[in-house]
Write a protein that binds this ligand. Sequence first.
Ligand SMILES: NC(=O)c1ccc[n+]([C@@H]2O[C@H](COP(=O)([O-])OP(=O)(O)OC[C@H]3O[C@@H](n4cnc5c(N)ncnc54)[C@H](O)[C@@H]3O)[C@@H](O)[C@H]2O)c1
Length: 400
Amino acid sequence: MLIKPMVRNSICLNSHPKGCAAVVEQQIAYVKRHLSAGAGTPKLALVIGCSTGYGLASRIAAGFGYGAATIGVSFEKPASVIKSGTPGYYNNMAFERAAAHGGLVAKTLDGDAFSNEMKVAVVDAVKEVAGTAGIPAKIDLVVYSLASPVRTDPRDGVMYRSVIKPIGAVYSGKTLDVMTGRFSVASTEPASVDEIAATVKVMGGEDWELWIDALDKAGVLSLAVRTVAYTYIGPELSWAIYKNGTIGRAKEDLERASNAINARLAINGGAAWVSVNKAVVTRASAVIPIIPFYVACLFKVMKEKGIHEGCIEQITRLYKDRLYVAGGIVPLDDARRIRLDDWEMRNDVQAAVIARMEGVTDETVFIATDIAGFKHDFLEVHGFDVSGVDYDADIDPSTI
Ligand SMILES: NC(=O)c1ccc[n+]([C@@H]2O[C@H](COP(=O)([O-])OP(=O)(O)OC[C@H]3O[C@@H](n4cnc5c(N)ncnc54)[C@H](O)[C@@H]3O)[C@@H](O)[C@H]2O)c1
């Protein structure tokens, strides 16, 4: 069949297997050029949320940058002979194919990371993977990179749904349809108390703590294990909907969990951090009010200044200049966070972005902003608009 992008209301409904695989290959090539194993780099890494975005980049960098055996956990929909799978389904397939080809040990588990069953399955996988790789059955890097709309708490079976809403007042923001270049104003009602609590349940730190607890009790963490989870802060103009909204509350809880996990692991020489990453385009990026407009301006400015990064460049910098920096001291901010958003938040970058956002009109949107770059990244995340891929070729959607 032919697979062309089907985008409805800023959501892309399908994906292209060969395009997804090509992007994974590009990321592998990037980390091979920029990372190499050394003292203290991980030998066995677990990535929870491994199939797309920051988690995929984290797995690729650990595996192909440092030669680590990797276990990946994700929740993806497989393809059938008539319908494409989710991008992460193809990304996992491409990762495993390249790992097998490159002599790396890799195991991917597909299912609900929030469940107790998945935690048990990962403990079993650690033993299996370590046996195959001929290394101790001890994880030395745990990356927690889940982004999910729902979570069922395994302790009581209650399902919680996260929302992206402001707290206390209606939020109205200018938003940009990246497929058409049209501006509109999006308004969002404030969250209820229950919605705030549910978002914290889904996107906060509780499940990360449950993971570390399960792995620690099973004896599969190395003494010097390092664990990191990702967050975003962003510019003040987005705070009403992001940092000071429901998702920001969840991220505050993630930071609470980081400190609690760190206190637990530090006893034996391990550590936990939250890393504040920069804004990138992932599957849901186009639906949050103000974010596409901000990101289209941010990309324009960062590209002009020669400091633009996507997931793989960010994670390469996370490993090389932060987690596994020569000398071993991880650079942190005053709140004990890793800052990979340092270039995004630079004063000159933010001033230039705000000037662009204020000056842009319907007529100048295609030249004053990098809407083209946003659209490209959005399509690329789904395996479309990837150079070298023949989109007119008849393909079998069940394989890469
Ligand atoms: N996208 C950004 O601009 C950005 C910026 C800074 C920080 N972050 C943070 O990085 C983290 C990852 O975000 P992303 O944008 O890379 O997300 P993403 O949507 O690309 O990836 C999410 C991953 O979680 C997995 N997943 C979701 N629900 C699951 C479940 N129940 N069980 C198992 N796996 C499940 C998916 O399969 C996928 O692998 C999030 O915490 C996010 O807040 C994102």
